[in-house]
Ligand binder design. Structure first.
Ligand code: F6R
Length: 243
């Protein structure tokens, strides 16, 4: 695992955008794995800038989201499908239908999860997966105790994650859904390059565990230690508990 520490978020965003720009230059129909949440927002802004400058096109690319809340109506502004469109995908030139997410409104949840796995496989797998990390060490919504081999499935969000995400729901933790569909740790590990971003003190313990702790389902991100091509980009606050 490669760990890169930068002073400023913009530097992290530029490095990640460089990796995506290189990937798309080599493989214009690359498959990107996209994360929601605050961590990748500067990356998305940088990619939009490069797209507007004519440096990057997503016209042949495809994208898959990590996760989606269960039970939010399809027009809810915090649905991850809507959030990612607002933050990134509708600001660049992805073709219609190229951006996929798990269906959190499905009646048959296991079938929707299996269909999502099939869609990723049919696209040829994910070339570059962007990841944030929860303060409890989750990646996607694989909360502590998740199987390291898990595939896309329904999960219950922890109290900690719902409290962390209440800021997107007017500060009301009760408005945060209790369940989500999430790519599993095994799904994430199948991506060819993992790129995890973390900034701020709140992530310092999770980053310490990710980089220096034993691999454990109790700190799900630690599974990345087994990935042959994983890059972790940090600011100094997120790196502050590294030895
Ligand atoms: C979002 C996701 C989550 C977030 C994590 C960190 O799609 O899968 O794992 O990456 O909760 O969230 P932020 O970046 O908001 O601190």
């Amino acid at each position: 695992m490669e760990v890169v520490i930068q002073a400023r978020g913009e530097q992290i965003a530029a490095l990640v955008a460089d990796a995506i720009e290189r990937l798309l230059a080599d493989k214009p129909d690359a498959v990107l794995g996209l994360a929601t949440g605050s961590s990748p927002l500067q990356v998305y802004d940088e990619l939009v800038r490069r797209h507007e400058d004519g440096r990057i096109s997503f016209a042949r690319a495809r994208a898959f989201l990590l996760d989606e809340y269960v039970g939010l109506p399809s027009d809810h502004p915090e649905r991850y499908g809507t959030v990612i469109a607002r933050a990134f995908t509708s600001r660049v030139d992805f073709p219609e239908g190229a951006v996929h997410g798990p269906d959190g409104t499905a009646e048959d949840i296991p079938a929707a999860c299996a269909a999502y796995e099939d869609a990723i496989a049919a696209a040829g797998g994910i070339d570059l997966q962007l990841l944030g990390i929860g303060s409890d060490g989750h990646i996607a919504f694989n909360e502590p105790g998740s199987s390291l081999a898990s595939r896309t499935r329904i999960k219950t969000l922890t109290r900690q994650t719902r409290a962390d995400n209440a800021r997107f729901f007017g500060g009301d933790v009760d408005a945060v859904p209790r369940h989500c569909l999430t790519q599993g740790l095994g799904t994430i590990m199948s991506a060819r390059h993992l790129v995890l971003l973390a900034t701020g003190n709140a992530k310092a313990e999770a980053i310490h565990q990710l980089v220096e702790g034993p691999v454990s389902a109790m700190w799900p991100a630690t599974v990345m230690q087994h990935h042959p091509h994983a890059t972790v980009l940090l600011d100094e606050a997120a790196a502050s508990r590294l030895q």
